[in-house]
Each structure stands twice: as structure tokens, then as C-alpha cells.
Design a protein around this ligand. Structure first.
Ligand code: B12
Ligand code: SF4
Length: 671
């Protein structure tokens, strides 16, 4: 807000920005709307993350990109030599040009219609088409990259300069879309943006700036897990920088914050400093003194919650043939001990495990089913305790509610065969387990509280009850040697027939986790950040075991084993069928059974380009060589850009550093 007294008393708007999974509505804003509505406070939810897809796939958008790519290709192809940056762009442009001839408008229909969605070949072609769309965007908006789980620069993390220039240069591929949306809109009094995932950072801040320009008297706010992480772990100057873009930041849960703030704003005056300072979980800056203030911490008593309200959202827009809704029956984790986990707000200490009483949860589900015709639900939370899961299941059965659901559970002895059958009868069809490791030693180091024997037994109980099981594992936990890493792959291979999906990830140091807070206990010798990582999302660490492992040739075998195991499955990344806990995967599991991803699907033939739709291009620079050249440069660059400077403790990687390295390299080539 531009000053401290004028304020527009218009509507309150909550926005979910791109880029994230568009196949179902995310739960945060409907949850807030439900809570506020129960208290007589009206807000409108807009899911721009899904709305934008019709813009991205529309003929005018594609035609604009086609034109841009053709023109850019002509210019670069006409040059005698290209700088390194131009070489990178040129290759992307040349590779994207043939892709731009498809009928992108049809892609959403493929995903929304039952006939094509459940036809594996048609589905795979539709999925590939959406991926092609993102590849085209990568060429048009070089050096930025986009997909449903990413919006970033080729190599540099988002820092203040990069974000400022992204906004000032109107770089966003969605600029025109946003302006169209804002043009017809009555001035809102409040806009809150949910910044949940890192992949929403650039568009969230871009929207803040546009909203500020178009509606200068509107109170602007950011909330959500990602902004909470920025505030909690980012560099000290982060909060002030964010407050240059918005009037308030909500950390942790937003129910009470909005319940207290929105009535004040509705009165048409900007609240004064003491009023703002008293609002729970709210960070603001006093416009006169510039002092930053934070309201008292607050957590929701879940008996006070209300069912999420999805009524503002057009559920037919989501690319899937039927609605699947997210519902969060619990918050926090009752275990809350795992060494690597910084989930949600666990480590802040304020976010204890809480449950919505089962009768209330069943009534919520019933209401959601009646109102939206949804039979499928994802219980979107850290975990359910076994006791809660059983009581909820029994209450679902007692009420005669017919729902199918999926969620994350912890491996616990309480999940006996009989109990798993109860869960199945109550509609549980897919479960994801944080198995993490197959090595007893590493499981102990993680404080995971389970053994490989228990993992094996409990997984079988679920699988045999008819519930699809997904294992999330990772390699490289500090203290893990070859033997332990091999144990994870051995366990997966041995249980393959009863594991329906899996992922083998790589350990990443999560800010706020026990390892990050007490690194010395886990053999971590030092932690540093890149100069551009102002939000501190990507710690770089040096670890004793990793150094020893680097000289162990046997590690090379592990990749081959993972590839071999993966080739026996149909695995994919978010948000597609084949990824763990996605909407599309759930629908496929319901339709084709537990084992639908436990064998590879035949790949669709790449469709021939429409005859005469595009002229054949003749690149004068060899694309394979350019790719090789780029990989070589990136390898060398990252080696030095990720080496910590002993004086600052930072590694040099940031946008400016990368640009300078590119320029030096081009200069070298020119001479
Ligand atoms: C369930 C879950 C998932 C599900 C469903 C996600 C989906 N897209 O629908 C699955 C398993 C698929 C998933 C996937 C991923 N996830 Co996830 N997930 C969660 C989890 C466990 C719970 C989220 C939830 O439902 N919370 C309940 C709702 C009600 O709470 P909430 O969203 O926090 O909203 C509250 C507040 O934040 C606040 N609030 C939110 N927005 C706003 C806005 C305003 C204006 C205000 C005032 C307040 C406010 O008020 C709300 C009500 O109290 C969280 C961890 C956690 N405990 O938060 C991670 C979390 C959200 N996931 C995370 C990540 C990283 C991912 C992945 C990127 C993982 C990966 N490497 O691929 C993918 C991305 C998927 C995608 N592209 O969308 C991170 C996000 C932060 C980040 N670092 O990016 C989290 C926070 C975990 C973590 N700490 O690392 N995830
Ligand atoms: S990894 Fe899962 S079980 Fe462990 S603390 Fe985190 S949320 Fe809880």
C-alpha cells in the first residue's frame, strides 16, 4: 500500500499464482475461505495457476511464440558467429521450432475427457504436448525455464536483482494474461497471494508489482509455506525486501490473521500501527519509522476449522476428467523426529500435531462430496496418526460415505492386515510411505524409528489389502556408505512385486531440519550458500562421508541399478500419471488397479507435424556440438561457482557472476 491513510474498501481477493500442479486446486486458499466464510467474512479465490493454461495454449499465444522463434532463428542463423549466450539460445530456438506446429488447444481436452485420459497412448501424447509447450517457453523466454514444478533461471537462483529485473523488464510469459485479468477488475481492498512452492516465486512477486501499479490503494499480502521459509531462513534483509513489494507477510497459519485484518480493512482505513502489531502471525512495516513488527504467534485449534470452500473455482478447468479435492484432516507430524525433515512448520516448534475431530472431518467430506460431486480426495497433510486413520475409516464406514482417498502414512506396527483391510473398505486406495532407506544403520541415524523388517511387513499388509503403495527413498544421508546405499536398492528390488511406485531421490539439506540445525552431530563439516541464494533454499554442505564416497568406484553401479529398477515401472515427474501422490496417478490406479505403474507403458509414436504447417529449418550451426559446448562450459563454470570463498563463506554463483563468466568466455572465443 502506498501510504498510511487512503485505502480502497473493495472486495478481498485470494490468488494462487503459477507455476504449480494444475491438475487439482491447491488447498490453502479454499481452506482460508471456508474458515472466514464460517465467520461471515467474504473472500474470493482465484486460481491463476490453472486459469493461465487456456491462455498458454490459445492460438494467439502460440502464434506469437511461433513468430518470435522464427524471427529469432532467422537473425541468429544469419550471423557468422554467435556469442556463448546466443549459442545457448540458438540451440533452444532451433529445437523448439518444429514443436510449435502442434494443436495445443486440444491438449487440455485430452486430459479432461474420459475417453482420451484413460487411453494410455492418448494420455502420453497429451502429456508430451504439455512438456513440449514448456520447452517452447524455455526457448522464447531464454534464459528462464518453466514447467508445473519450476520457474527459474538456467542456473542462477532468484535473488533481489534478478527478481527486480524480471519484473521491471516485463519478462513474465504471463504478463499479457495478468493485464487482461486486472483490466476488467473492480479495485479490490485486499489481495492475498499464496506463495506455497519455490516454483511460484517469480510470478508471485511479478503479480505483486502489477497489483501495486494497478490498485495502489489495495492492501497486498503474501502468505504460505514458501514465504514462511524465506522469512525464517533467508538472509536478514529478506523481510525488508519483501515488504518493499507488499504491505504484509503472513507467516505460519493465516486463518486468524485474515479474520482480524479483513474487518479492519473493510472499514476503509488503513489500520494503524498498534492494530497491525496485534494481529497474529502478521509482519508489517511502520510507514513512518520503517520499523518492522510482527504480531504474536498463533496456531489453529482444528476444532475451529471449517471445510475448504472451493465454490469460487471452476472445477471443470482442471485438466482431469473428474474432480479430486484436497482436504487436510491433520496438521503437523506426531513423530517429528526425522533428522532430514523440515516439513511444514514442524521445526518452528509452534506447529504441534493436531487433528480435526473425526465426526467433523466426515461431515466436511460429506459436504464436499455433495457440493462438488467429488468422490476422490487427497488428504493433504504431513501424516495421519494410525489411531486417527482407523477412527476416521470407521466413521466413514458408519456414515455410509462412499469416497476414495489417498494420503501419506508413517510405517507403524499398528497397521496390521486387519486394520489395512478396514482402511481399504473405507476408501483408502493409495498410500505413500517415507521409507527413506533400507539400511538399519541409516534408519537409526535418521531417527526414523523403523527397521527394514517393519517396512517390509507393513508395506505388505497394505499391498495385500488392495491399497497401492509408493515408497519414497533417497541416497546420500550423511553417514551413508556404499553398503548402506546398496541396502536401500536391495530392499526395493526384493520387495518390487509389492511396491507399486517408488522414487530414489538424493539427499538434500533442508533448512530447519535437525541436520541443518546441528550439522556437527551428522558429520557435516560446513554449510554455505551461493551468493545469489538470498532466500537460503539451497544449502551447500561438505560432508565427511560424501568425501570418502567420492573415491569409491562402486557408487557408479548404483545408477545402473536404479535405471534397471525404474525400467520395470512407469515412473514420471509431477504432475503426471506415474508420479507419486498426483491426481492423475490416483485416477489411473483406480481405473487399472494397483500395478498399473509397475510395468513400463509403450511410448507413443511422435506425431508427424501437420503437412505444410511449417517450413523446414536449416541450422547452420551444428546443434549437437552446441549442446556439448554448453555442457562443458556449465560443468567448468559450476565447479568454480560452487566453491565457497573462505572469507565470505559464500560461493560466488549468482546472476551477475554467471553473466560475467558468459561474457569472458565469449570474449575468449572471439579472440
Ligand atoms: C501435501 C503436500 C504435498 C502434496 C500435494 C501438493 C499439491 N500441489 O497439491 C504432494 C505430495 C503432491 C506434494 C508435492 C510437492 N511438494 Co509438498 N507438501 C505437502 C505438505 C506436506 C502439506 C501441504 C498442505 O496441504 N498443508 C495444509 C494447508 C492448509 O496448509 P498451507 O498450504 O500451509 O496453508 C496455510 C498457511 O500456509 C497459510 N497460507 C497459505 N497461503 C496463504 C496466503 C495468504 C494470503 C495467507 C494470509 C495465508 C496463507 O494459511 C493456510 C491455512 O492455515 C507440505 C508441508 C506442510 N506441512 O505444509 C509440503 C510442501 C508444501 N511441499 C513442498 C514441496 C517442495 C513439494 C514438491 C516441490 C516436492 C518435489 N521436490 O517435487 C512437490 C511439488 C508439487 C507441485 N508442483 O505442486 C514444500 C514447499 C516449499 C518449497 N520448498 O517449495 C512444503 C512446504 C514441504 C517443505 N517444507 O519442504 N506436496
Ligand atoms: S519425515 Fe515424515 S515422519 Fe519424519 S518428521 Fe517429517 S513428516 Fe514426520
Amino acid at each position: 500500500m502506498s501510504n498510511n491513510c487512503s485505502h480502497s474498501a473493495g472486495k478481498s481477493l485470494l490468488i494462487y499464482p503459477p507455476f504449480a500442479d494444475p491438475t487439482w486446486p491447491y488447498v490453502s486458499l479454499p481452506t482460508l475461505k471456508g474458515y472466514l466464510g464460517r465467520r461471515g467474512i467474504q473472500v474470493t479465490v482465484r486460481d491463476l495457476n490453472v486459469e493461465v493454461f487456456s491462455f498458454l495454449t490459445s492460438e494467439p499465444t502460440i502464434a506469437g511464440w511461433r513468430q518470435h522463434l522464427a524471427a529469432r532463428f532467422q537473425v541468429l542463423n544469419g550471423r557468422e558467429r554467435l556469442s556463448l549466450s546466443e549459442q545457448m539460445e540458438y540451440r533452444r530456438v532451433a529445437e523448439a521450432l518444429p514443436l510449435v506446429q502442434q494443436d495445443f488447444g486440444a491438449l487440455l481436452t485430452v486430459m479432461r475427457e474420459e475417453g482420451s485420459f484413460y487411453d494410455r497412448a492418448a494420455y502420453a501424447a497429451g502429456r508430451d504436448g504439455v512438456e513440449d509447450l514448456f520447452q517452447i517457453m524455455e526457448a522464447v523466454y531464454f534464459p528462464f525455464r518453466y514447467n508445473c514444478n519450476r520457474a527459474d533461471h538456467l542456473v542462477a537462483p532468484w535473488d533481489f536483482q534478478l527478481l527486480d529485473s524480471y519484473i521491471a523488464n516485463r519478462t513474465s510469459p504471463l504478463d499479457q494474461f495478468y493485464r487482461q485479468q486486472l483490466a476488467g477488475m473492480a479495485a479490490p481492498g485486499f489481495v492475498g497471494i499464496s506463495l506455497t512452492f519455490v516454483s511460484q516465486i517469480p510470478e508471485a512477486f511479478y503479480l505483486c508489482r502489477l497489483l501495486r501499479d494497478v490498485f495502489p490503494n489495495c492492501f497486498l499480502m503474501l502468505g504460505g509455506p514458501c514465504v514462511d521459509l524465506m522469512v525464517r531462513h533467508g538472509r536478514p534483509e529478506v523481510v525488508a525486501w519483501i515488504l518493499d513489494h507488499v504491505d504484509g507477510i503472513t507467516v505460519q497459519e493465516g486463518e486468524k490473521t485474515l479474520e482480524q485484518l479483513l474487518p479492519l480493512l473493510a472499514a476503509g482505513r488503513f489500520p494503524d500501527r498498534p492494530q497491525l502489531a496485534a494481529i497474529p502471525n502478521l509482519i508489517t512495516r511502520d510507514p513512518v519509522s520503517g520499523a518492522i513488527q510482527q504480531g504474536p504467534p498463533w496456531v489453529l485449534d482444528l476444532t475451529e476449522s471449517a471445510a475448504p470452500d472451493y465454490s469460487d473455482l471452476d472445477l471443470t478447468l482442471y485438466p482431469a476428467p473428474s474432480p479430486m479435492l484436497l482436504y487436510s484432516p491433520t496438521r503437523g507430524c506426531y513423530w517429528n523426529k526425522c533428522s532430514f525433515c523440515g516439513y511444514g512448520f514442524n521445526q518452528s516448534g509452534a506447529h504441534a500435531y493436531r487433528e480435526i475431530p473425526v465426526q467433523q472431518a466426515v461431515a466436511d467430506l460429506q459436504a464436499l462430496q455433495e457440493k462438488y460431486g467429488a468422490a476422490n480426495f487427497y488428504f493433504s497433510c504431513d501424516v495421519l496418526s494410525p489411531d486417527y486413520a482407523f477412527r476416521l475409516a470407521q466413521a466413514i464406514l458408519d456414515t455410509g460415505l462412499e469416497v476414495r482417498w489417498s494420503t501419506d502414512l508413517r510405517i507403524e506396527a499398528a497397521y496390521t492386515p486387519e486394520r489395512c483391510r478396514l482402511l481399504y473398505r473405507a476408501g483408502l486406495r493409495a498410500v505413500a510411505f517415507g521409507v527413506e532407506s533400507g539400511s538399519p544403520k541409516v534408519l537409526r541415524l535418521m531417527h526414523k524409528g523403523v527397521t527394514p523388517e517393519r517396512i517390509r511387513a507393513v508395506n505388505r499388509h497394505f499391498h495385500q489389502a488392495g491399497i497401492s503403495t509408493a515408497w519414497m527413498t533417497f541416497l546420500g544421508h550423511p553417514g551413508e556408505g556404499f553398503k548402506e546405499a546398496q541396502a536401500t536398492l536391495d530392499l526395493l528390488a526384493a520387495e518390487r512385486k509389492v511396491v507399486d511406485q517408488f522414487i530414489v531421490g538424493a539427499f538434500g539439506l533442508t533448512p530447519g531440519s535437525k541436520i541443518a540445525c546441528r550439522p556437527e552431530e551428522f558429520g557435516i563439516e560446513s554449510i554455505s550458500f551461493t551468493a545469489g541464494d538470498v532466500f537460503r533454499f539451497f544449502p551447500i554442505y561438505s560432508d565427511r562421508t560424501a568425501r570418502i564416497n567420492a573415491n569409491d568406484q562402486r557408487f557408479a553401479q548404483l545408477d545402473t541399478q536404479i535405471d534397471d529398477l525404474s525400467s520395470r515401472y512407469q515412473l514420471d515427474h509431477y504432475p503426471w500419471a506415474g508420479a507419486i501422490s498426483t491426481h492423475h496417478s490416483f485416477l489411473y490406479l483406480l481405473r487399472y488397479g494397483q500395478r498399473v505403474f509397475a510395468k513400463a507403458w509403450p511410448r507413443p509414436q511422435k506425431k508427424k507435424q501437420r503437412a505444410g504447417a511449417g517450413k523446414k529449418i536449416h541450422p547452420r550451426f551444428p546443434l549437437a556440438e552446441l549442446r556439448q559446448r554448453e555442457e562443458q562450459f556449465m560443468g567448468q563454470y559450476l565447479e568454480c561457482a560452487l566453491r565457497p570463498d573462505p572469507e565470505t563463506g559464500l560461493t560466488p554463483l549468482c546472476f551477475d557472476h554467471f553473466q560475467a563468466a558468459l561474457a569472458r568466455e565469449s570474449e575468449k572465443e572471439r579472440r
